[in-house]
Structures are given as C-alpha cells and as structure tokens.
Design a protein around this ligand. Structure first.
Ligand SMILES: Cc1ncc(COP(=O)(O)O)c(C=O)c1O
Length: 349
C-alpha cells in the first residue's frame, strides 16, 4: 500500500457499515441510560461485549485486516472483490500467506488477531511489560503469536516496526506517525460504525446528547467519533477528549500547535497510556472543535468502580469518559438541557 503523509481523515463509513452488516457476529452495541446524581439521564454506549472481543477495538483491527487482504488481492490479480469473497478458498489461501504485526496495549492486538484468524491469516502481537497477563491468553486463543517486548507501550511499537521491516509482515498499527498513516486510517474507519449507530438511534428518538466524552490513547477513537459527529449529526454536542494526566499527548499537542510527546509515569488507565499522539487523530481533533480533560489515577479508578456498580463491569480506561463527566460536573447537571453521552470502551481486562 502506498504510504503518504496525508493527515486528512475522510473515511468511507458506508463501506465500513456495509462490511459489518455482513458479519454474523455484528450487532449494534447497547445504548444504556442511567441516572446521574440529580436524576438526569446519562447515556452509556456499552462497548464491553462488542463482537465477543470485549472492547470497541473489535471494529478496528478486524476491519483493517479484511480491507488489506482485499487490497492485496486486487493488487496481485487485478480483480476487485466484495467482502463476501473473503470466505472463498482462493482468498483464504492468499490470506494464509500474510502476517499482520502490531504493538498493543491489549485490545488493538485482540482485534488484529481475531481479524487475521477469521480470514485465515497470521498475527504477531507485541506487548509491553505493562500489559496485563490476561491478554497473552486471550491473544493465544485467537491464534496470535505473542511477543513480550519492552518496558513501555512505545518500546513495543518500536519492536513491532522493526519486526515488520525485518520479516516483510504488514504493520497494522492503530497510531500514525510521519511516513505511516494509510493503514491506521482503515482502523479508524472501522470505529466510525459507533458514531453511525448512535446517530441512527438519536435520529429515531429526536433527542440528541449535549456533551460527548471521548477517552483517548493515541486518539484514533476520539478522532473517528469527532469527525463523524461534526460531519453528520443533526444536533451538535460539546466534544470532550479525555486523557490520563500521566499521558496527555493530545492536549499537549493541541497546546503546542503540533504533535508532541507527553511523558509521565505509567497509568492505571493502561489502554490510554500513550505518550505519542496519532498525527492523523491530532489533526482531525484540531479541526473538530474539541476541548480536553485530564484525569488523575484516582479519578479513573473511582469511575471504574462506579460504572461497574451500575452493572457494567469495566476498567479505568473503559470508564474514563464517565470519570471526566463526574469531574466536570460533580454537582450533576449544570443546566436544564444536559444529556451527556459517554463510551464505556471495554469490559474487565
Ligand atoms: C478500552 C480502550 N479505550 C480507549 C482506547 C483509546 O483508543 P485510541 O488509542 O484510539 O485513542 C483504547 C485503545 O487501546 C482502548 O483499548
């Protein structure tokens, strides 16, 4: 695939939705309602069981794997194909010669592994020391080779890049950096499905959220959501990007006016603990009119307990949007018309 430094994110969300509608495991994830401190409604988009993978990342890696196999086939044979062809023996034979490599804080690796396994390809996933042990088993169940590499997430990214260079495997990262943007845009294109599911729900009811909280690691989810919301939601909410104080790379980049690294200690919001932003996500958020909130470790933990107590078991990463909502409005609704939406982005790790 040609690599450019085009930071523009213009996803073909129709083809992403069409792809998932053709998948047996696909269902719209639930939109739940809970009562805030003063009885107002808070919407929780529940990604904790998305496609059996336990996180919204089930929409990114598997979709990118499928598109890359389709593109590879077209490049080799000249035949343009529909996703339904991926089941055919000749496509599976082609896929069996492909290996997808990535670093992961857990969930992206699971998505890539599941996508590769479903289509007969291979996956090799690099995990830093900080990633919970449970991911090794979950990845192995999905047929991936797991490589423990490095102290931090960034170390594991460097190892995955070096592996792809050395072996000729396809690097399927969820972050972007200079010289590498095209493939992660496919991952982000998969995430657009969440915004479309929500749009269709709110369009039916005619009641739209006033605030949307978007937790961020490298920023792929937040940017995909922000792009879609600004592009085609009938009523425009405030968009709030949420990061750990320990890894505030997107707010730091916003303040610097360019993508910058933000160092800090390890965060217990492990899936958000990314010190380098995706440059495509940064650019997309810059033109989407977002604001930023950072969270302490305690705020993340407290929100995970609170959301789990509401019947949706999750982690500090999964509950970070809820944490930011509670931090901004500890007394409850700031005005009569207040309908916040948060994404519970993963189940228990
Ligand atoms: C559960 C969860 N929430 C949020 C995120 C943040 O997504 P992104 O890195 O695209 O900003 C991740 C990323 O791994 C995640 O796994």
């Amino acid at each position: 695939m040609k690599t450019t430094d085009d930071l523009t994110f213009q996803p073909d969300f129709h083809r992403a939705i069409e792809y998932f509608r053709g998948q047996e495991a696909y269902q719209t994830s639930p939109l739940r309602e809970v009562s805030g401190p003063d009885g107002q409604t808070i919407w929780l988009k529940d990604e904790t069981s998305r496609m059996g993978l336990g996180a919204f990342k089930a929409l990114g890696g598997p979709y990118a794997v499928a598109r890359l196999i389709m593109q590879g086939w077209t490049a080799e044979t000249g035949e343009e194909i529909e996703a339904s062809r991926l089941k055919d023996a000749d496509l599976r034979a082609f896929a069996s010669g492909q290996t997808f490599v990535c670093a992961s804080a857990g969930n992206h690796g699971l998505g890539v592994a599941a996508g590769a396994q479903a289509l007969g390809a291979r996956a090799r996933i690099f995990l830093a020391k900080t990633v919970p042990q449970s991911f090794d088993e979950r990845l192995a169940e999905r047929g991936a080779e797991v490589v423990r590499a490095g102290e931090t997430y960034d170390d594991s990214v460097a190892e995955a890049i070096a592996d792809a260079d050395r072996t000729g495997a396809t690097l399927l990262a969820d972050g972007t950096w200079p010289g590498y943007t095209d493939i992660p845009k496919l991952v982000m294109e998969g995430y657009t499905v969440i915004a479309e599911e929500l749009r269709s729900n709110f369009e039916t009811t005619g009641i739209w959220p006033t605030h949307v909280y978007l937790q961020a690691g490298v920023g792929g989810l937040a940017a995909a959501m922000a792009h879609m919301i600004r592009r085609n939601w009938a009523e425009q909410p405030e968009l709030i990007v949420v990061e750990p104080e320990a890894a505030p790379c997107l707010v730091a980049s916003h303040e610097a006016g360019k993508p910058v690294r933000a160092d800090g200690p390890d965060s217990n919001m492990g899936r958000l603990d990314c010190k380098e932003p995706s440059i495509v996500a940064w650019q997309t958020l810059e033109r989407s009119g977002v604001r930023f909130v950072t969270l302490t470790e305690d705020e993340g933990e407290a929100a995970a307990r609170a959301v789990t107590g509401l019947g949706m078991a999750t982690t500090p990463s999964g509950a970070a949007g809820y944490a930011a909502l509670c931090k901004e409005f500890p007394e409850g609704a700031p005005r009569a018309e207040f309908r916040p939406l948060v994404i519970i982005s993963e189940g228990p790790a």
